[in-house]
Design a protein around this ligand. Structure first.
Ligand SMILES: NC(=O)c1ccc[n+]([C@@H]2O[C@H](COP(=O)([O-])OP(=O)(O)OC[C@H]3O[C@@H](n4cnc5c(N)ncnc54)[C@H](O)[C@@H]3O)[C@@H](O)[C@H]2O)c1
Length: 284
């Protein structure tokens, strides 16, 4: 796959860049010498993050195609083009499938899956028009590789992001494109995802999805990483042209089942092994 080994002076757009993993990715891209535009739905947080990072902040709702197109227009008008797009914005509340309403499905699919689709469809032509190519990073999750109870709606969106990325990677490689694509599949990262419902729109209110602060769960299977570490994994994948932005903790000695599964599913060959052996997280 195509890689972008030198990011200096290039331009990146990161959705959900006002918090958590998106902010971690933006910080790492800026450290590489990139100009970064962050798109986010939360105006106050966006202003503060843009100031802290030295990035440009553009109010964006990734579930709305017109809003993502406006983000692309703002970035290209300001910097001429875009080389790296990180489709990262997402929400993560949980519920059993039996407790979900259609409003729940529309909200979570709108942000987590359509958000990524909108980013790919909008920015891919921009990246392909660059002489030196570009790279897309889609944030999925380990829940895009394993499907545990209560993460049904979330896993549906994240499996979709993994599938979209795998197919796009194969198609770009087949056509000899200078654009590469990676998928980021973190386990647990210390972010504000436990309060995702703060960004739930009023017209999709009233559902079973509930915010869960997994940081309160004393689960030995969880191996926490920081947003910066997740951002570092994304940058490495862009520079090396890896399909999977792997972030297996060095020296991690967690559950053998988890490690075995993670090793198999995070190899860059794709998901084949995952279908043979699928160990759900223990979600309490
Ligand atoms: N935190 C984890 O443990 C974890 C693990 C795996 C994957 N992820 C994924 O990482 C991504 C980032 O989540 P995070 O953990 O950093 O959470 P976070 O809540 O800290 O950050 C998410 C950001 O997305 C923004 N956002 C929400 N809805 C939006 C919309 N419609 N349009 C634009 N921006 C919107 C929020 O305002 C926020 O700034 C998500 O896709 C999430 O599913 C998180």
């Amino acid at each position: 796959m195509s890689a972008l080994p030198d990011l200096r002076g290039k331009v990146a757009v990161v959705t959900g860049g006002a918090s958590g993993i998106g902010m971690g990715i933006a910080r790492q891209l800026i450290a590489e010498g990139m100009q970064v535009v962050i798109g986010d739905i939360e105006a106050g947080l966006l202003r503060k993050a843009a100031d802290d990072l030295g990035a440009v902040g553009i109010l964006t709702d990734v579930s709305d195609l017109d809003s993502v197109r406006a983000l692309a227009r703002s970035a290209t008008e300001r910097f001429g083009t875009v080389h790296v797009v990180c489709n990262n914005a997402g929400v993560g509340p949980l519920a059993a499938i039996a407790d979900l309403t259609m409003a729940d499905w529309h909200w979570i699919i709108g942000v987590n899956l359509y958000g990524v689709i909108h980013g790919v469809q909008t920015f891919l032509p921009v990246l392909q028009a660059n002489e030196d190519g570009g790279h897309i990073v889609n944030t999925a999750s380990m829940a895009g590789l394993v499907a545990p109870p209560r993460l049904g709606a979330y896993s549906v969106t994240k499996f979709g992001v993994v599938a979209l990325t795998e197919v796009l990677a194969a198609e770009l490689a087949q056509t000899g494109s200078k654009v590469g694509v990676s998928v980021l599949c973190p386990g647990v990262v210390r972010t504000n995802i436990g309060t995702s419902s703060r960004n739930r729109p009023a017209h999709l209110a009233g559902g079973g999805l509930k915010d869960v602060d997994i940081a309160r769960e004393d689960n030995p299977l969880y191996r926490w990483i920081s947003p910066q570490e997740a951002g570092g994994a994304a940058v490495r994948a862009i520079k090396r042209g890896d399909l999977y932005a792997r972030r297996l903790p060095a020296g991690y000695r967690g559950s053998p089942a988890y490690v075995r599964t993670a090793r198999r599913i995070l190899i860059p060959n794709g998901l084949h092994a995952c279908f043979r052996e699928r160990h759900p997280y223990s979600v309490r």
